[in-house]
Design a protein around this ligand. Structure first.
Ligand SMILES: Cc1ncc(C[n+]2csc(CCOP(=O)(O)OP(=O)(O)O)c2C)c(N)n1
Ligand SMILES: [Mg+2]
Length: 625
């Protein structure tokens, strides 16, 4: 007779599962021992259970199929949680096998006791206890199907001794795989949406990760509506490539062109996105929102025409009702704006190439240039997201994985572990922050132990830089953000990896082989930021930044300024006119009342720049086979 663990492993195999990420422990030993005896699934040993959950999340995001992680009871379970939140928020199908204390001891404050069903409830779509051997297969299969059908984390809690119990009449497991049902809105909803779009003159599309598999439909709708397409970060890999309607990203780390296209539309179409930042939505325009999860519609803005369905099926159904627009002036204006913003960002990366320390723009653009056409990038929360958003080019084959909904630091390296373990033939590049890398540094050892040839690029700015930006934007003096880093390359070498530090990027044979650091550079949201002048003034002179406002643009320290003058006319001050150096971190403040760069403020900014330069640091790490 088979044990519970053996039956579970058969069920996982029949679902196409090939590996389990985790760390063993007493309560999980029955499961890992059955894995060892079976020998089919690999045990992907990580150094922190959080990494196991992140790794499973990345695998699931890349394959669309179930990925599995496992942890022992109590602390092992608790360590899983942050990674499971990431997977659940990203809507990817992950199964967590959470071993529990002996069933007889539950409720008696036993050693390592927690209450997993309560702990995991908030980060899962399903979380149940397999309380008898006979029940365990059924619970497991419900969990697997729920994770796939609802897109999220399912947790099966198993008391340790239950893994070893024999199951009477278990039978053959049912193969449970991902499916792609056709889901489209009803006719009345489609007609209401078409009415909104046909009445509008300047439609903008905001596209998200729900556009996966719907590139043709997206382009067809944008063409019919003559609509610029803005994307949210998670949508980048599915939206941006081969897209003449693309106007870049919106949001805190976005482009001005994305922001503008949203601001100037008279109807907005949201396709498979739940982009969370409400200030970036236009005011008072009718919204059509397409989402396969109806309960997500209207979370951010009032929605005039909700369409419940996949983007692919809903757009197919909507298109015949849309009257093709002939006026392309809105589209032309926005794509023109995007081209200029894009050219400025590209120029920046080019112009910085000979500087030392290395600039993050140049580093990111170089990684992009050298990476394989089918590379998988993982990117840490923090400024690496900014550089990835701006300089990584997607092509429909490359993939981009991040903690885009949960926003957890330290995701890039463990995501890369899952990406590389599940895709051994593909190049995996992790763009890490120095704070992020240090947070789950032990996973460098996983790369060595599991022989995973992940390329780790460290943006080593000696700071929690993104938080500093947030503090400055809020007018707060930076505090608690300095990082006194070790030599990451040395650490990598000690872990048995290849590691190089240095001010220059070393490129050998067109492969990314080593990486460097950058001086802290500045980026900011594409809307007016009131805090920076206050921050600098408070830090340097004790005076508040009266009567000045640093305006706009995706990266004011490099692209000049767009602002509206006293008579309401849009103005642009190119970088060359600013009169300050093009040093990293240089700033200008524009006096809004006159639209004239303010010399006194320039002096302040020069001093601020020197301070920032003092923060620059070194290295990087990478593994060569
Ligand atoms: C687990 C976690 N802790 C804290 C934060 C808040 N936070 C967001 S970005 C960031 C800084 C990241 O620093 P680093 O990895 O060095 O990247 P940088 O922004 O400096 O490039 C912090 C602390 C978070 N998002 N997640
Ligand atoms: Mg940093």
């Amino acid at each position: 007779m088979a044990t519970v663990a053996e039956v579970m492993i058969q069920a996982l195999k029949s679902a196409g599962v090939q590996r389990v990420y985790g760390i063993p422990g007493d309560s999980l030993n029955g499961f890992t021992d059955a894995l060892r005896r079976d020998g089919t699934l690999t045990w992907e040993h990580v150094r922190h259970e959080e990494a196991a959950a992140f790794a499973a999340a990345a695998e699931a995001a890349l394959t669309g199929e179930l990925a599995v992680c496992a942890a022992s009871c109590g602390p092992g379970n608790l360590h899983l949680i942050n990674g499971l939140f990431d997977a659940n928020r990203s809507g990817v199908p992950v199964l967590a096998i959470a071993a529990h204390i002996p069933a007889d001891e539950i409720g008696g404050e036993y050693f390592q006791e927690t209450h997993p069903q309560e702990l995991f409830r908030e980060c899962s779509v399903y979380c149940e206890l397999a309380s008898t051997p006979e029940q365990s297969l059924r619970i497991l299969q419900i969990a697997m199907r729920t994770a796939l059908a609802r897109g999220g984390v399912a947790v099966v809690v198993v008391p340790g001794e239950t893994f070893l119990d024999e199951v009477r009449g278990a039978g053959e497991p049912t193969p449970i795989r991902a499916i792609s049902p056709v889901i489209r809105p009803d006719e009345a909803s489609l007609t209401a949406a078409a009415d909104v779009l046909n009445a509008a003159e300047r439609v903008t599309i905001l596209a998200g990760a729900g556009c996966a598999g719907a590139h043709d439909q997206l382009l067809a709708l944008a063409g019919a509506l003559q609509a610029p397409v803005v994307h949210a970060f998670r949508g980048k890999e599915f939206v941006e490539y081969d897209n003449p309607y693309d106007v870049g990203m919106t949001g805190l780390i976005g482009f001005t062109s994305g922001y503008r296209a949203m601001e100037h539309c008279d109807a907005l179409v949201m396709l498979g996105t739940d982009f969370p930042y409400r200030p970036f939505y236009p005011d008072g325009v009718p919204v059509v929102q397409v989402d396969v999860r109806g309960e997500r519609i209207g979370h951010r803005v009032p929605v005039r025409a909700p369409l419940v369905g996949t983007v692919r099926d809903s757009v197919d159904a909507l298109l015949p009702l849309v009257t093709a627009k002939t006026d392309s002036s809105h589209l032309d204006r926005m794509t023109g704006h995007y081209r200029r913003a894009r050219a400025r960002l590209d120029k920046l990366a080019r112009d910085k190439r000979n500087e030392s320390p290395l600039h993050p723009q140049y580093l990111a653009a170089t990684v992009d240039r050298l990476a394989a056409a089918d590379a998988i990038f993982t990117v840490d929360v923090g400024t690496p997201c900014i550089w990835a958003a701006r300089y990584l080019r997607m092509n429909g084959t490359r993939r981009l994985i991040g903690s885009f909904n949960h926003g957890s630091m330290a995701n890039a390296l463990p995501h890369a572990v899952g990406a590389q373990a599940s895709h051994p033939g593909r190049q995996v590049v992790a763009l890490c922050g120095d704070g992020g890398l240090a947070m789950l540094l032990g996973e460098l050892i996983t790369l060595h132990q599991r022989q995973l040839p992940v390329k780790v690029v460290v943006f080593n700015n000696g700071a929690l830089s993104f938080v500093e930006l947030e503090m400055k934007a809020a007018g707060i003096v930076t505090y608690g953000t300095d990082l006194d880093n070790p030599d990451f390359a040395g650490i990598a070498r000690a872990a048995g990896l290849f590691g190089v530090s240095g001010p220059q990027l070393t490129i050998t044979g067109g492969r990314i082989t080593s990486y460097a650091f950058y001086v802290q550079d500045l980026s900011s949201p594409p809307s007016a930021i009131y805090g920076y002048p206050t921050f600098y003034a408070a830090k340097l002179t004790g005076q508040p930044g009266d009567n000045v406002q640093l305006t706009d643009t995706a990266n004011p320290n490099i692209v000049g300024f767009d602002y509206t003058d006293a008579s309401g006319v849009d103005q642009h001050v190119p970088t060359a006119d600013r009169g300050d150096s093009d040093a990293p971190g240089a700033w200008t403040i524009v006096n809004i009342a006159t639209g004239v760069p303010e010399p006194a403020s320039l002096a302040l900014m020069g001093a601020g720049c020197a301070l920032l330069l003092a923060l620059s640091r070194r290295p990087l790490a990478q593994r060569a086979r």
